[in-house]
Design a protein around this ligand. Structure first.
Ligand code: CMX
Length: 433
């Protein structure tokens, strides 16, 4: 059986040649224009980055190598209850091909073999105050693994550019393999009195992570397979992915670039929204004094939140203009696996109530729920109520997409990223021309 690395190398060498030729023949072809509003408006929609692993459509949502989430659920090798294994998605993102079950099992075994975490990492985490936010612990844990970077060592030894991708591949595989252990350690340290659970190498990536967190429930394992698959990648322009890409383009190794991206994911307008959603719902339940608020009560609470000048977490998106298919996939999971939960019913009632209210503001471009609107309620259902941890789960998943994309970037010889900035004087001069 051809290894993932061999398969990737064949695809990457072919695409590298093809892109060189396209660039030579058509490098001056205009593919986009930039408006003043885009410069002052967060660079929305400006095409400026190559990202092989996934592409986002404003209406249809995310496609991983052309496949939608329902298609991935159908096609990727799955766990016993049919949820796709994220190992398969990683294979797909690197090769463009749906792997066989044997290939996925081989990748699971490879990651188990690479999963040893240096003791120094645990010591570093143990030196932090226990109430340090889990995302801060996560980036520190990643940084504590950086001294093991193969890319850094080989670069210092004079590695030629043609080998960069190989070293980045090795670092990325090691980092992905180790992340669940580090992430579970943070959870058990922060919330379970430091009673850690050893990995179980008979389990797949998601089930082993669930196990180390403290759950061997078959349904929760399935949720983790789905969760780690759907959060993995959302094309290259989102803040965490773009950060990893930018930092990686300086030839900072995957530990440095991934940690940087996780600092972006930790912002409340991005990944931290999954914590903010459930916090907001818990506060609403507390304020209203009921576990199952009516739609009228929810509408009043939403209006109060807006009146206080705050956003409704889990709603809106910089690119999407329809309900996020990642929200829909989680809703379907809840419909299949969970019967009659007040919290999940509340999430669905919020979905009925919020969009018309946001639309009524007349400024929100997308009133629909994003991925973060649903995930917390599922986690609470399986006993994980510690919402300050939720973004770490997102981060473990996001590693798969951004690190696969990083391997592609080095294989395709992508240069240092360096877009142009302008001053307000320059902008005014354009207007007054
Ligand atoms: N609640 C209230 N107001 C909202 C809103 C929401 N959920 N979403 C957008 N708006 C407001 C914006 O704050 C902005 O207001 P101002 O003009 O007064 O500043 C206006 O509507 C226009 O914003 P937009 O163009 O529709 O949205 P952006 O592309 O600027 O921002 C996002 C996108 C996600 C930051 C925004 O929708 C938001 O803050 N949502 C809540 C936080 C959230 O769920 N983030 C997670 C996104 C998914 C992820 O990355 O993980």
């Amino acid at each position: 059986m051809e290894s993932l690395k061999q398969k990737f190398a064949e695809k990457a060498i072919a695409l590298y040649q093809e892109l060189r030729e396209i660039n030579k023949a058509h490098g001056d072809l205009k593919v986009d224009e930039v408006t003043l509003g885009q410069i002052t408006g967060g660079a929305r929609s400006i095409k400026m980055m190559l990202w092989e692993t996934s592409q986002l459509d404003a209406i249809k949502g995310i496609r991983f190598r052309g496949y939608s989430i329902p298609e991935l659920k159908e096609l990727l090798p799955s766990g016993p209850q049919g949820e796709p294994k994220p190992e398969g998605l990683f294979w797909l993102m690197l090769t463009g091909e749906i792997p066989t079950a044997a290939e996925v099992d081989g990748l699971t075994a490879d990651w188990h073999a690479r999963a040893g975490v240096p003791d120094q990492v645990f010591k570093t985490l143990d030196s932090l105050p226990e109430d340090t936010h889990p995302m801060t612990q996560f980036t520190i844990g990643i940084m504590a693994m950086q001294p093991t970077s193969i890319f850094e060592r080989r670069y210092a030894e004079g590695m030629p550019k043609s080998e960069y991708w190989d070293a980045v591949y090795e670092d990325s595989m090691n980092l992905i393999a180790r992340l669940p252990r580090v992430a579970a350690y943070i959870y058990r340290r922060a919330f379970k009195g430091g009673k850690h659970i050893a990995p179980d190498t008979t389990l797949d990536y998601s089930a082993n992570y669930a196990h180390m967190l403290g759950s061997d429930d078959e349904d929760f394992r399935s949720l983790m397979r789905l969760y780690l698959t759907i959060h993995a990648d959302h094309e290259g322009g989102n803040a965490s992915a773009h950060t990893v890409n930018l930092v990686g383009s300086t030839l900072s190794d995957p530990y440095l670039s991934f940690a940087a991206g996780m600092n972006a994911l930790a912002g409340p307008l991005h990944g931290l929204a999954n914590q903010e959603v459930i916090k907001w719902i818990f506060e609403m339940i507390e304020a209203l004094g009921t576990d199952r608020p009516t739609k009228e009560q929810i509408a009043d609470y939403v209006n109060n939140t807006l009146a206080e000048g705050k956003v409704i977490p889990g709603y809106g998106h910089a690119v999407l203009r329809e309900p996020d298919p990642r929200f829909t996939a989680q809703r379907k999971f809840a419909e299949q696996y969970i019967k009659d939960s007040n919290l999940i019913t509340t999430v669905w009632n919020i979905f009925d109530v919020v969009p018309p209210i946001l639309e009524g503001l007349g400024k929100v471009k997308n009133p629909w729920p994003n991925v973060d609107a649903h995930s917390g309620a599922l986690l609470v259902h399986y006993g994980f109520r510690e919402y300050s941890y939720y973004t770490v789960l997102f981060g473990v998943s996001r590693a798969l997409g951004v690190l696969a994309a990083g391997i592609w970037s080095r294989a395709l010889g992508m240069p240092l990223e360096r877009p142009k900035s302008v001053t307000s004087d320059w902008l005014k001069a354009q207007v007054n021309k």
